[in-house]
Write a protein that binds this ligand. Sequence first.
Ligand code: PLP
Length: 352
Amino acid sequence: MSWEANVRKVTPYVAGEQPKGQGVIKLNTNESPYPPAPGVARVLREYDAAMLRKYPDSETEPLRSELAAYYGVEREQVFVGVGSDDVLAMAFLTFFNHPSLPVLFPDITYSFYDVWAELFRIPYQVQALDEQFHIKEEDYRKPNGGVIIPNPNAPTGELAPVSMFERILRANPDVVVIVDEAYIDFGGESCLKLIDQYENLLVVRTFSKSRALAGIRIGYAFGSKKLIRYLQDAKYSFNSYTMNSITLTAGVEAVRDDSYFREITDKVIATRERSKKELAALGFSFTDSKSNFIFAAHEKYRAKELFDALRAHHIYVRHWDKPRIENYLRISIGTDAEMNTLFAFLKEYIGA
Ligand SMILES: *Cc1c(COP(=O)(O)O)cnc(C)c1O
């Protein structure tokens, strides 16, 4: 028993279910319903396995330069990691180091933030969203050890304006402010334009949602050269070869195919807007999501009941048994056909 006293004990993040088998409609982890860019499949088909003999590029090339060129920044302003979860974990470790002041983030947000804070023993304090699930800007003006806010927020889908982040940045010159833009490609305005002006801003993105590559694990971040250098120093002190060479090559193809990227994000946005109308007609209310999911509550039916009924019909959505959001379902946007199956089931169940 005694050795257990010296173990770092953590309560891990719980991801959405990954049900196996055919005929499942999976609207529970915000994956893309479309395949990745065709160039990705070509790279995987043609990859020369003999290349795996060598270590991958420790500077995450060629993906880093491709991202820099696409987004019009310098390569020294880009960091690449194994999914944005890796980028965010590394950023928590690197930037949230105040011995006593807490890191601030919303009470309703990505449920990995408190897990990393606990893992790295970083003090934190959650800030309550208002009744409409909007961020209360003034909450981020108190003394703190860092700030992290997703935009759009998850699981609410609410988008905050860049001007709000600018004011938060101006109020917090002594700490790092992280904007987690996992869903920014679905119609939001990015804080990327602020990185030259605010040396302490880190903008984190992922290939998992808008680029349809959750399975390959690519995340990236933009910031000042100084900020990115600190992040790399921490990463190289942990594992300098986390990105494998197949992923680095495949990721480039996803970035290059801009027309495909626009096509699939536009389709998701169109289906999302249509889904809002369908859900409203069925008696749901929801936030004005600018992401690839809708966070909805029904006027009569409890979320848990609907969650169970849907699951029994092999339609998976996400539900959290947490204060303030226990009556909401987070429904990822699927294909039009998948959404129609969902609406048909709900229509029958609710009798609308
Ligand atoms: C999905 C998600 C991530 C993590 O994505 P990766 O698959 O690790 O790139 C990070 N932040 C938010 C808010 C997310 O929803």
